[in-house]
Design a protein around this ligand. Structure first.
Ligand code: NAP
Ligand code: MG
Length: 399
């Protein structure tokens, strides 16, 4: 059998711990036998990040800008314990943070739907993709405890020294106060990423804020989305038969619960933090969740939504058997291969991505799965496989 060719390389970012083990197995068993795989390889494993003073992360992000499509393995974000464990020169920053800052992107997360793993919300038939704005608001706030009576104001000092003031509150007793900000440029790139991704995945886009109460702050989000929609995307949406739908956040929540899914829900930073945990747990499992970073320039970086599964890795190191779910990592690869295929007009590669996804889902639907899914499935008497055997079961179907 001849292998599927590729013209442009994928940017491949290897990672850490259990997901690094899965990464190698996925390549060896599910990709290399079928594809003449072309990648530009960057080792983002913590040891190599430390050796290169984290330059490898920057190089990988730059390569993503050059080639357009990347696939990333989960990586350790160092903390105190990791400093000792890996004898680090410095507490290197989160690679995802570095890459996100360089590509200026929005993260889209969607559940992988499979028969036998039912969402808690009965009417959810299709995935709900959450798009979270990742800059500002309460995550970059300034706060004060107000000890007693007094006046709190917002003061803007322009470059010419002139001041504009807005009274927050005349305190009669003690209390608290908080100041937050956002940037038009960041909101604009968030909006462009959302509209681009909606077109790309052929789904409607929903966006919601509390603009009736926050007549300047939230209203600015609403206005920027509306301007960018009308100026750059409306025609494309209409041609594709898609809708951009704006509503109030409380109305959106009510509608999401009653909807059948199949749309993108764009959220401000805090709403996205809260709602993505609700949506993902209601759909079943973090190991069944895809994640893609989309930059406003149209660069794509695919990954799994979960971490490096440290606890399983330590078991693996002790020679014990693990049953780690590789679905999200497999889907990171298929997402990237499909996108590469689309950009290069390589239909064989696009089709292969579809076949691998289908083989993966059919393996689970056929009752063969890892332990995390066996615990929540409605399929009677599932066969629990270890990490390798699950991948081999997929390979059998793919053959
Ligand atoms: P984690 O890797 O997501 O795992 C937390 C727990 O969730 C696991 O112990 C396991 O539960 C379950 N789990 C997650 N993925 C699974 C899978 N594929 N199959 C089966 N079970 C799975 O989070 P963590 O252990 O808190 O973090 C480990 C490292 O990952 C940290 O160093 C963190 O910095 C990093 N991290 C990286 C990313 C990223 O690169 N995108 C994201 C998050 C965290 P049981 O142990 O109960 O089986
Ligand atoms: Mg959260």
């Amino acid at each position: 059998m001849s292998k599927i060719g590729m013209t442009t390389p994928l940017v491949e970012m290897d990672g850490d711990e259990m997901t690094r083990i899965l990464w190698k197995m996925i390549k060896e068993e599910l990709l290399l036998p079928f594809i003449d795989l072309k990648t530009e390889y960057y080792d983002l494993g913590l040891e190599h990040r430390n050796e290169t003073n984290d330059q490898v992360t920057v190089d990988a992000a730059n390569a993503t800008k050059k080639y357009g499509v990347a696939v990333k393995c989960a990586t350790i974000t160092p903390n105190g314990a990791r400093m000792d464990e890996y004898k680090l020169k410095e507490m290197w920053k989160s690679p995802n943070g570095t890459i996100r800052a360089m590509l200026d992107g929005t993260v889209f997360r969607a559940p992988i739907i499979v028969k036998g793993i039912e969402p808690c919300v009965r009417n959810w038939k299709k995935p709900i993709t959450l798009a979270r704005h990742a800059y500002g608001d309460v995550y970059k706030n300034a706060e004060m405890v107000i000890p007693g009576p007094g006046k709190v104001e917002l003061v803007y000092t322009a470059q010419d020294g002139s001041e504009t003031r807005e009274l927050v509150h005349e305190f009669k007793g003690s209390g608290i106060v908080q100041g937050m900000h956002n940037l038009d440029a960041s909101i604009e790139s968030f909006a462009r990423s959302c509209f681009t991704y909606a077109l790309d995945t052929h789904q409607d886009l929903w966006f919601a804020t509390k603009d009736t109460i926050s007549k300047k702050y939230d209203h600015n989000f609403k206005d920027i989305f509306q301007e960018i929609y009308q100026g750059e995307f409306q025609e494309k949406f209409e041609k594709a038969g898609l809708t951009y739908f704006y509503t109030l956040i409380d109305d959106a929540v009510a509608r999401v619960m009653k909807a059948e899914g199949g749309f993108i829900w764009a959220c401000k930073n805090y709403d996205g933090d809260v709602m993505s945990d609700m949506v993902s747990s209601a759909f079943g499992s973090l190991a069944m969740m895809t994640s893609v970073l989309v930059s406003p320039q149209g660069y794509f970086e695919y990954e799994a939504a979960h971490g490096t599964v440290q606890r399983h890795y330590y078991k693996h190191l002790k020679g014990e058997e693990t049953s780690t779910n590789s679905v999200a990592t497999i889907f990171a690869w298929t997402g990237a291969l499909r996108k590469r295929g689309e950009l290069d007009n390589n239909q064989e590669l696009v089709d292969f991505a579809g076949r691998l996804e289908k083989a993966t889902l059919e393996t689970i639907e056929g009752g063969q799965m890892t332990k995390d899914l066996a615990l929540i499935t409605s399929i009677p008497n599932p066969t629990v496989l270890n990490s390798r055997d699950f991948i081999l079961a997929i390979r059998d179907r793919l053959n």
